[in-house]
Structure formats: C-alpha cells, structure tokens
Design a protein around this ligand. Structure first.
Ligand SMILES: Cc1cc2nc3c(=O)[nH]c(=O)nc-3n(C[C@H](O)[C@H](O)[C@H](O)COP(=O)(O)OP(=O)(O)OC[C@H]3O[C@@H](n4cnc5c(N)ncnc54)[C@H](O)[C@@H]3O)c2cc1C
Length: 285
C-alpha cells in the first residue's frame, strides 16, 4: 500500500518521554528507542504500526511527511488513561541519484532529534496485530534484521510477562551488518539478556559475510547450522514464523529456506500453506 493511501484522519497528540541510542557507539548507524505517551483514545497492539506526521515545509505547501514505525514495546496504559509506547528509529540518509549528494531522511531525523517534553502527532494504528498462538507449547520462530527486531522485543515481552503458562520454544534469528549493529542486543544495550537463561529461548546472529562491503546478511550460515531442527519445526502444526524488517529480507530467506526444504518448489508450496494457516506472518517495509 502506498503512503498516500493511508487514512490519516485519526490523529493523536503525543509527548516524548525518553530517547536513547540503542546502536553501539562504534556502530555506523544511529538507531534510537523513542518512548512517548499518546492521547488516551489511541490504542495499538504488538505487530501493528503507528504513523508519525513529521512537519513539512509550510513555505512550499508541505503540510507534513507521513511515515510508519513498528511498536517496539508492549503498550502500557498509564493511570490517567494515556498510552505509553516506544518505537525504534534508524536515522536514515539517502543519496540523490542526480546530484550524488547525501540528504537526511526527513521523518527519521525529525524523530531522532526529538527531546523529552517535545510534542508530536501520531496516526493509526495500521496493519494486523501479530497473531498470538493460543497453544502454550507453540514454537515461535522470529526473524528480524535491523529495525525489524523492534516488534519482537515487544512480542517476547508479551510472552514471558503476560503468558506465565507458555512453555513453548522461541527462536530469534537476528540479522545485522556486524555484532555492533544488533539492535537491543549489543554490548551496551541488551534488552534480551533477561531471557538468555530461559531454556525455551535461543537467539542466533546472522551477520554480514563482508561487513561494510555487502548489505546482505548471511542468513544461510545461521540457518544451516540449525537446518534439521528448522525443517522439523516448520513441519509441526504448532510452529509460527514471524518475519520483520526491510523487504529484501524475504528474498534472502527464500533462498536459504529453499535449500533447507530441498527445492524452491517444495519451499514455496510449504510457505503458501504456512501463510494460509496464519503461521507465516510478515511485517516488511
Ligand atoms: C510498515 C512499515 C514499518 C516501518 N517500521 C519502521 C521501524 O520500526 N523503524 C524504522 O526506522 N523505520 C521503519 N519504517 C521505515 C520508515 O517508515 C521510514 O521510511 C524511514 O524512517 C525513512 O524515512 P525518512 O523520512 O527519514 O527518509 P526518506 O527520505 O523517506 O528515505 C531515506 C532512505 O532510507 C531508507 N530506509 C528507510 N527505512 C530504513 C530502515 N529502517 N533502515 C535502513 N534504511 C531505511 C530508504 O530506502 C531511503 O533510501 C517502516 C516502514 C513501513 C512501511
């Protein structure tokens, strides 16, 4: 769906509570976790996105720039009814293809520059909440690269804090250029450390084969190491797969999972079945 086709009629006031850098200091990109409180009429669930209206340049008739961001924490209702939530934003730049000049991305720079107490306008929510398996013995395979990790941080919190009877397995495949780029899981910020001693949780890193040279994450190395188990679990009816991040992750995963499955034909049929049963969910952009 194109950005201009989204419904922006539901707009809510929000106030920034906190903004912290979550990419390691030496990482090449700045990524921030931004927490804010939204007007009490707003509601959103894990797996959904919110819209942000970054101010436009009024002098050339631009009202705002609308962009989408995934929820990076379980939304909390405050005592006065407001909704507290966080998003994870990469400060983006793009290269103009004609001039070759580097420009700051408008909305991500606007968000990353916000300070506690600043006001903003959010819209939405958009998209489907992640389907939450009813089975307490479900296997959850979460695959996220870059800012795609954000919804999984929230999703895991949901399972471990709000589903005490959940005994299933959670596998997190986490992609990044280098270990420094693993958001929420680097040397300085590791929000997943809470779960490492749980027998049911395992996290696997998928890093770039040639950091700085290639943008491609080496999913193959991470997944082939667990190929047999992965194949077995994908065949089980209680396994759910969630994929989030930049769109190219889908092609990269199809290549690897076709090898795990034995052929393209087998994999794509399998994936169609998983999708039809609501057990393969994508949040890609
Ligand atoms: C459903 C959905 C969910 C999204 N969730 C998030 C999220 O949780 N966190 C987040 O940071 N962004 C997310 N995005 C991307 C976000 O909406 C903006 O496109 C991004 O912040 C760039 O906007 P901008 O105005 O700063 O730059 P623009 O001027 O629009 O573009 C800047 C450049 O950055 C590239 N780019 C866009 N997003 C990313 C990214 N995340 N990582 C690396 N390069 C990127 C673009 O391809 C473009 O070349 C999501 C997009 C969609 C459609």
């Amino acid at each position: 769906m194109r950005l201009e086709d989204y419904d922006l009629s539901r707009r809510y006031d929000a106030e920034v509570l906190d903004s912290r850098r979550i990419s390691a200091a030496e990482a090449k990109d700045e990524v921030r976790d931004i927490q804010f409180e939204v007007d009490g009429r707003f509601d959103v669930q894990v797996g959904q996105n919110i819209g942000v209206l970054a101010p436009g340049r009024q002098e050339i008739g631009q009202d705002h720039h609308f962009r989408l961001y995934s929820i990076a924490d379980v939304p909390q209702r405050t005592d006065d009814g407001k909704l507290r939530l966080s998003i994870c934003v990469r400060r983006c730049y793009y290269i103009d293809e004609f001039s070759g000049e580097r420009y700051p991305g408008i909305a991500s720079n606007y968000l990353c520059d916000l300070k506690p107490g600043d006001k903003l306008t959010v819209t939405g929510p958009y998209g489907q909440a992640f389907p939450i398996p009813a089975e307490n013995d479900a296997t959850l395979i979460m695959i996220g690269a870059g800012t795609g990790i954000a919804p999984f941080r929230a999703f895991m919190k949901h399972f471990y804090q709000q589903r005490p009877d959940f005994q299933g397995r959670i596998w997190l495949f986490h992609g990044g250029d280098t270990g420094l780029d693993l958001l929420y899981r680097n040397r300085e910020v590791d929000d997943f450390a809470l779960y490492y001693d749980r027998e049911t949780f395992e996290a696997f890193n998928a890093l770039s084969e040639r950091p700085g040279w290639s943008e491609t994450t080496d999913w193959a190395a991470a997944m082939h190491a667990r190929g047999e188990e992965l194949e077995r679990w994908l065949s089980e009816p209680h396994t759910y797969v969630y994929v989030a991040g930049l769109e190219r992750i889908i092609d990269e995963l199809d290549l690897v999972l076709a090898e795990v499955a034995g052929s393209n034909r087998i994999w794509f049929r399998w994936k169609d079945d998983l999708k039809a049963e609501g057990r393969w969910v994508e949040l890609v952009y």
